[in-house]
Design a protein around this ligand. Structure first.
Ligand SMILES: CC(C)(COP(=O)(O)OP(=O)(O)OC[C@H]1O[C@@H](n2cnc3c(N)ncnc32)[C@H](O)[C@@H]1OP(=O)(O)O)[C@@H](O)C(=O)NCCC(=O)NCCS
Length: 173
């Protein structure tokens, strides 16, 4: 299966929500995605879908990156990766990896400095996500430090510090 990655379109919404529902087995993540994609702060270039190249209109996986704030910085150059999901029937075929790589590349091209993620440290470690606390960038909630990761991009600099504040919608779903 050859996979292409493209920016999501409004017409993909129902399938994107279905991917999150099926992958996570609950509604929380699809509700989050629905809220984030309808928000005025949505970054269009950083909502990506993966499709088979012979069926480019049918998303099989989706990734979303959103802007977050750091308490000790006025910068808006940090992103959070959340959520990422691949339809169960096509997992373990490299789609999740391709979405992470493509979204990191686009974030870099857009001039963002770093991406944080809450998730399995072993999985995200493969893609260059390091332990975030080691950079002085902390989660606002209790979590194993191994599982809150940060990927630095080309414009990262050490002045970026503080506690990560996610958009309010993350607290309400
Ligand atoms: C996590 C997820 C996006 C990975 O997508 P994928 O297309 O299957 O990933 P890839 O094929 O690129 O990589 C698969 C590798 O990742 C590993 N992997 C997959 N999910 C993992 C997880 N939750 N924790 C640790 N490792 C994981 C597998 O071991 C596999 O490696 P292997 O085949 O060498 O054993 C997908 O499994 C999924 O949608 N899961 C449910 C939702 C979820 O947990 N999302 C991530 C948190 S936001």
């Amino acid at each position: 299966m050859k996979v292409i990655i493209r920016q999501s379109e409004e017409t993909d919404l129902m399938q994107i929500l279905q991917i999150h529902r099926a992958a996570f087995g609950r509604d929380a993540e699809s509700n989050l995605v629905k809220g984030l994609l309808s928000s005025s702060k949505k970054i269009r270039e950083l909502s990506l879908v993966a499709c088979r190249d012979d069926e480019p209109e049918v998303p099989l996986g989706h990734i979303l990156l959103s802007s977050v704030r750091l308490t000790d910085s006025t910068s808006e150059r940090v992103l959070a990766l959340a959520p990422l999901a691949v339809l169960p029937a096509v997992q373990r075929a490299g789609i999740g990896s391709a979405l992470i790589e493509a979204s990191s590349d686009r974030a870099n091209e857009l001039g963002y400095s770093a991406i944080v993620v809450l998730g399995d440290g072993n999985y995200y470690g493969r893609f260059g996500f390091e332990v975030s606390c080691d950079f002085g960038i902390f989660p606002a909630f209790e979590v194993e430090k191994e599982n809150f990761r940060l990927k630095t991009l080309a414009s990262f600099d050490k002045t970026l510090k503080g506690i990560v504040i996610y958009p309010e919608i993350f607290n309400s779903v």
